[in-house]
Design a protein around this ligand. Structure first.
Ligand code: SF4
Length: 376
């Protein structure tokens, strides 16, 4: 992200990390912070899994993770990788053979903890398979599954135990001269996760995968993730994010993007600025925003749209957005284009008209004829 010399209070100074590749997606360094999700289909069902990967990619997922619990899943992974539009991370627990099979199947990254897969020979075999097939590795420390010796040492899961676990796994990879790795230290408790990530960020220059694990359902999990991940991202920590929700993976991607958009770290699609509405509204703000969110899902160009119920805040918000609509009197409101007042439009034709204006503006921005207004 470039620094803003005019509004320095908007700047986020990103931690300097090494860059690795997850397939064709760079992670770390100055690469854009990538958004990930994970499928929840049966991996052996190739068609269902590919459909879910595609749906996540359609809303902007850069990387998708797929569980590989058995040999049949590893076989299916090969086809999934072939049909996926984005790099696939294979999620492996304990079974070193699944790690080797997943690397052979074309996974772009293995999520595996080298300390948990057995003897040094087995670890070496998995690392060799990753190296031979251009696979990176994600070390995934989780507060809920810390190694027994660390639980005995610290008494309970805590940030220090998580950091120590992460560093132990890192050492195993480094001892095997393997450096294409990133790392996460997830916990469902935001305080524990934030403290662990801060400690980890100081202890290593590896790219960091952020996540609040088992965050909850769509509303509660979104809030928890926005607080936990938002706080870390604001501090400059995090190179790739996954929001974990008990919800459709598509929702995870949307929430991940919204968190990054709120911090101005990544932009995709239309950022809608809308008021909560009240008795002053000149049209039904809530219904209009719901309809526009759906009608504008296909726009990928980063741009902004303000939908404001009345003149109390409408003109001011419209100044900073690409397209704006402010409610007025007598069943019509004012349309603003590129921050300037443009023309009146009746409420009953307004949704179609705004969709048209947004599409037109997106085309202008894409053609390089206009710069987007930054309203994030
Ligand atoms: S902008 Fe107008 S309609 Fe919207 S909440 Fe404020 S006063 Fe109410």
């Amino acid at each position: 992200m470039s620094l803003n010399p005019v509004r320095p209070w908007r700047n986020i100074y990103r931690r300097k990390s090494r860059q690795i590749q997850v397939g064709n997606v760079p992670v770390g360094g100055d690469a854009p912070i990538s958004v990930q999700t994970m499928t929840n289909t049966d991996t052996r069902d190739v068609a269902a899994t590919v459909a879910q990967v595609q749906a996540a990619a359609d809303v902007g997922a850069d990387i998708v993770r797929v569980s590989v619990p058995d040999e049949a899943s590893a076989r299916a992974l090969k086809e999934i990788v072939r049909e996926s539009p984005v790099p696939i991370v294979a999620d492996i627990h304990f079974h070193y053979k699944r790690g080797i099979e997943a690397a052979e199947a074309g996974a772009a990254c293995l999520r595996i903890n080298p300390g948990n897969i057995g003897s040094p020979d087995r670890v070496r075999e998995v690392i060799a398979a990753a190296r031979d097939h251009g696979c990176s590795i994600r070390i995934g420390v989780n507060a809920g599954s810390l190694e027994r010796h660390l639980l005995e040492k610290y008494g309970e899961p805590c940030p220090d135990a998580m950091i120590e676990s992460g560093l132990e796994h890192i050492r195993i990879l480094q001892d095997n001269d393997f450096h294409e790795f990133k790392i996460s230290v997830k916990a469902s408790d935001v305080f524990m996760a934030a403290a662990a990530y801060q400690g980890l960020a100081e202890a290593t220059d590896a790219p960091i995968h952020l996540g609040i694990t088992e965050a909850g359902g769509l509303t509660s999990g979104t809030i928890k993730s926005a607080i936990g991940l938002g706080n870390l991202l604001w501090m400059g920590i995090g190179d790739t994010v996954r929001v974990s929700l008990s919800a459709d993976p598509v929702e995870e991607v949307k929430v991940g993007y919204e968190i990054l958009k709120s911090l101005g770290l990544r932009h995709r699609g239309v950022n809608i600025i809308s008021c909560p509405s009240c008795a002053r509204q000149g049209f039904d703000v809530i219904k209009t925003v719901e309809a526009l969110e759906q009608r504008l899902e296909h726009i990928k160009t980063p741009m902004s749209l303000s939908i404001i119920g009345c003149v109390v805040n409408g003109p001011g918000e419209a100044l900073m957005t690409d397209v704006g609509f402010t409610g007025g009197g007598a069943g019509a409101g004012m349309v603003y284009l590129a921050g300037a007042q443009s023309h009146k439009m009746s409420n009953d034709q307004m949704i179609d008209h705004i969709v048209e204006q947004v599409e037109k503006r997106a085309a202008e921005i894409e053609a390089g004829e206009a710069a987007p207004k930054a309203a994030e």
